[in-house]
Design a protein around this ligand. Structure first.
Ligand code: SAH
Ligand code: SF4
Length: 432
């Protein structure tokens, strides 16, 4: 989501005549787009600001702006504690960037962190920053109306609002015309998308029809809101990819209640069953928080049990990090010792790897259509890509014959917990 927001900011500045460089040493203006979801994300920014301070000593005219959720959360404090910062701009204030830059050029620091109930940046053309021009994001909504007790997002990104479906379809068409092969629709809770009665299932179907040549993905689905209608639509369009990111957070009903997630473990597992019924090839990933306030060993074991029952293909795991002002920070003590959080995180990682390896091993011997993204990091003769369902694949010795953006049939010969490995197979019917 931050990557998509950075493209939006680059688009706004581009239309004002600014040029983009990815080398901080060359820039006259540096924006740091920040996350506030965990303390660690913010610590990294404080470190980064020290680097920009050294840069500014050498180039005093350099303007430094902090954008995004950390800007929204800390506001004036950022400028007070890091004098190197000239601008602090929240996620709903990017339209004001040109005038805020002029304010700084005039010698005054600038802060704009008002949240909006309407801003969706629907009319702004993002400047695409990914070097390979294969995949692109479209933000379909902003903010979040849920109040998960651990989460800072509703405070930093404001109320939920949906972008007009027409502008989403136009942007998708524009991307496909520009050669993009894969489009990901983004929202904190896509299932509550609602543009004057047009809901997510209808939006998905409309986008799928508008760009039949592109693979369409989306994130994030919320277990309490995901409708069968969305699964039905996914099953009926050949370019809607069977990939669902369905964050569960915990497998314990008492923890889920304290987290204010609005579902039980049983409900969640039912949703998984329904997904696998509609989409037998679905890849399902999740987010898990360990060491949430008061999490007992038995509650933690429920999370491991749910992971096994759900047979997740992939898991993103986090240690609970208390965020000031959230419901959990006000209501509960952050009382799980760091060593216990760490041990639980490691147990989740170990089980997730076992499940991922099982899931990937089931693909060995199959033929998959793979969208090639870029040369592989380890061996640039190989190429990295993804299957239709979103599994990472390394295609051996593909770089001399194929380019990023090619969709090719691949015979899967090996699997690790992180990736599939295979060879390009010629004249396979899926390639036609
Ligand atoms: N809207 C998405 C998640 C957005 S945040 C959803 O509802 O699932 C991405 C992930 O960060 C969350 O799923 C959660 O696992 C993690 N996260 C959020 N707040 C956190 C916190 N305070 N400590 C640790 N992890 C957190
Ligand atoms: Fe945060 Fe919950 Fe909203 Fe996701 S749904 S962004 S976890 S409040």
């Amino acid at each position: 989501m931050n990557f998509a927001d950075s493209e939006l900011v680059a688009g706004i500045l581009h239309s004002e005549g600014y040029g983009f460089t990815s080398e901080p040493e060359e820039a006259d203006l540096v924006f740091i787009n920040t996350c506030a979801i965990r303390e660690h994300a913010e610590e990294k920014i404080w470190q980064r600001l020290k680097y920009f301070q050294s840069l500014k000593r050498r180039r005093p005219h350099l303007i430094i702006g902090v954008l995004g959720c950390m800007a929204e959360r800390l506001r004036k404090k950022l400028i007070e504690e890091a004098p190197v910062v000239d601008m602090v701009v929240g996620p709903d204030s990017y339209r004001h960037l040109p005038q805020l830059i002029r304010q700084v050029e005039g010698g005054t620091k600038a802060i704009h962190t008002l949240l909006s109930r309407e801003e969706t940046y629907a009319d702004i053309a993002p400047l695409r920053l990914s070097p390979h021009r294969v995949s692109a994001y479209i933000s379909i909504m902003r903010g979040c109306n849920n109040m998960c007790s651990f989460c800072i997002v509703p405070f930093t990104r404001g109320r939920e609002r949906s972008r007009s479906w027409q502008t989403i379809v136009e942007e998708a068409r524009h991307l496909a015309d520009a050669g993009y092969k894969e489009i990901t629709l983004l929202g904190q809770n896509v299932d509550s998308y609602n543009d004057n009665g047009v809901r997510f299932a209808q939006l998905l179907a409309t986008v799928a029809e508008a760009v039949p040549e592109a693979w369409i993905r989306f994130a994030t689905s919320h277990p309490k809101d995901m409708l069968d209608e969305v699964l039905e639509v996914m099953a009926s369009y050949p370019n809607l990819t069977p990939y669902i990111h369905l964050p569960v957070q915990s497998g314990s009903n008492t923890v889920l209640q304290r987290m204010n997630r609005g579902y039980t473990a049983e409900w969640y597992l039912q949703r998984i069953e329904t997904i696998r019924r509609y989409l037998p090839e679905a890849v399902i990933s999740t987010d898990i928080i360990v060491g949430f306030c008061g999490e007992t060993e038995a509650e933690f074991q429920d999370t491991l049990a749910l992971m096994r029952a759900a047979r997740f293909d992939s898991v993103y795991q986090f240690m609970y990090s208390e965020r000031p002002g959230t419901l959990a920070a006000r209501r509960y003590a952050d009382d799980i010792p760091p060593t216990v959080k760490q041990a639980r995180l490691e147990a989740v990682i170990a089980l997730a790897q076992t499940l991922a390896l099982e899931s990937n091993t089931r693909q060995v011997g199959t033929m998959q259509t793979v969208l090639l993204e870029k040369p592989a990091r380890r061996n640039p003769q190989d190429m990295a890509g993804r299957t239709f369902s979103g599994r990472a694949v390394i295609v051996r010795e593909a770089a001399s014959q194929y380019a990023p953006g090619d969709k090719i049939p691949v015979k899967i010969t090996e699997a690790t917990s992180a990736t599939l490995i295979g060879y390009a197979a010629h004249e396979h019917p899926l390639c036609a």
